[in-house]
Design a protein around this ligand. Structure first.
Ligand SMILES: Nc1ncnc2c1ncn2[C@@H]1O[C@H](COP(=O)(O)OP(=O)(O)OP(=O)(O)O)[C@@H](O)[C@H]1O
Ligand SMILES: [Mg+2]
Length: 238
């Protein structure tokens, strides 16, 4: 379980997150929705320990991650998969090497095992046969799939996806969203996704949190948010 307590963050005096409290249950898919610039990525980066809050705490199970040293944070991140907004594949590595990278860095698996795991996961993400291609030879949707494969290859129990559908056409967006849901269910991952893709967020989320001006203004299951009479929520979700 992830517990965020009274988290606040400002950059150069500009408040981005203000007194955020949020609990994310084991195995659930939580989508953080909000307009561009509302602090979704900043919130996610706090959960990965890439940013330190000005105030507040974040617990992963019983561990307060805001107090961890850089070394312990690195150890913690081995148990997390994350898909960054920019995708961030290594351009100089082919698909196989990109996906194998965390296994080489963090495990002692031999070459045969690594090969088996990578080829298995290529099947899961529906990209069999592309292992020798380089990122520059892939479409945006394929890159996202490869990045997702790399994020889950260590069998992480926590998965973070920052704007997994940005820059994709509606069909690819739906595909990658469904893939995240399927992978998350299959691996029993606690999954946090940020998005401004309302339709797909409602498809895959167990719960949604709506962020506005640094605060969570709505939190609940898709149906609860759909039934809301709050004007801002109604307008945001259309
Ligand atoms: N490292 C940083 N230093 C200074 N300001 C930052 C930093 N990171 C984010 N910000 C600011 O915090 C605000 C929120 O940024 P964030 O990237 O979290 O938005 P977002 O909700 O993810 O937007 P988008 O939907 O476009 O991805 C922005 O005003 C941004 O300029
Ligand atoms: Mg963002």
């Amino acid at each position: 379980m992830i517990r965020i307590l009274h988290l606040s963050k400002a950059f150069n005096g500009q408040v981005v997150l203000e007194d955020i409290s949020l609990e994310i249950q084991k195995g659930e898919i939580l989508v953080i929705l909000g307009e561009s610039g509302t602090g979704k990525s900043v919130l996610l980066k706090h959960m990965i320990g890439l940013l330190k809050p000005d105030q507040g705490e974040i617990y992963m199970d019983s561990q307060n991650i805001t107090r961890l040293s850089e070394k312990d944070l690195l150890k913690m991140r081995k148990n997390m998969g994350y898909l960054f907004q920019e995708g961030a594949l290594f351009d100089f590595m082919n698909v196989f090497e990109n996906i194998a990278f965390p296994l080489r860095e963090h495990t002692r698996l031999d070459r045969g095992m690594i090969r088996r795991k990578v080829l298995d996961i290529l099947k899961v993400i529906g990209l069999e046969g592309v292992e020798k291609k380089y990122p520059s030879e892939l479409s945006g949707g394929m890159k996202k799939r490869v990045a997702l494969a790399r994020a889950i290859i260590l069998d992480s129990k926590i998965l973070f996806c920052d704007e997994p559908t940005s820059g994709l056409d509606p069909i690819r967006s739906r595909d990658i969203s469904d893939l995240i849901r399927d992978v998350s269910r299959r691996l029993h991952c606690t999954t946090v996704v940020t998005s401004h893709d309302i339709q797909n967020s409602f498809r895959i989320a167990d719960r949604l949190a709506l962020l506005q001006k640094g605060r969570i203004v709505a939190l609940g299951a898709p149906q609860e948010l759909r039934n809301s009479t709050d004007l801002f929520i109604k307008e945001f979700i259309g």
